[in-house]
Ligand binder design. Sequence first.
Ligand SMILES: [Fe+2]
Ligand SMILES: [Fe+2]
Length: 191
Amino acid sequence: MANVFDVLAKDHAEVKQMLSELELGPTAATGADLGQLALRKKMVQQLVIEESKHEAVEEMYFWPAVRRQLTDGDDLADQAQGQEQEGKVVLDRLDKLAPEDDDFETQLAEFISAGRAHIAFEETMVWPRLRSVLTTTDADNLGRELEEGKKTAPTRPHPHTPASPGLLKTAGPAVAAADRLRDAVTGRSRS
Ligand SMILES: [Fe+2]
Ligand SMILES: [Fe+2]
């Protein structure tokens, strides 16, 4: 069974792969043709979808566990959720831009750098600490909650919605359903 760290590590690996592919280009400035720019937009949409789902379930289940289980959990979670909020703002801007827009590559480069730093923070500052206090059963149960939560998580960043686990659990499914309907109508990437 996948425990919490397996579930999160798989997501992180996928995101890091996407960031590396996006970093390679080509970009509008380095001569990408229309097809390559359309693919770049699609890849960014996929990044936004995966990141939105990942951070949403961390907000709902992971950070509350960190706050409960670690003596300095509040401090760690506050720092990480601050990074997540900044990431959402950038992803929200990016989601509304076309690869031809001047600001697109600036925002993307900002996310690539901040996203990697955020992943490193979680993996090096938080995971080892939580791993040392969670029982196997707790780690498995949390992993299951994350996996289940991702099935109905929002697929857009929603930077103006407060990152409250309770609010996401009650409003989240409606928000996620609206996101998925918009995805279907606009032909956005699979969700
Ligand atoms: Fe995160
Ligand atoms: Fe994460």
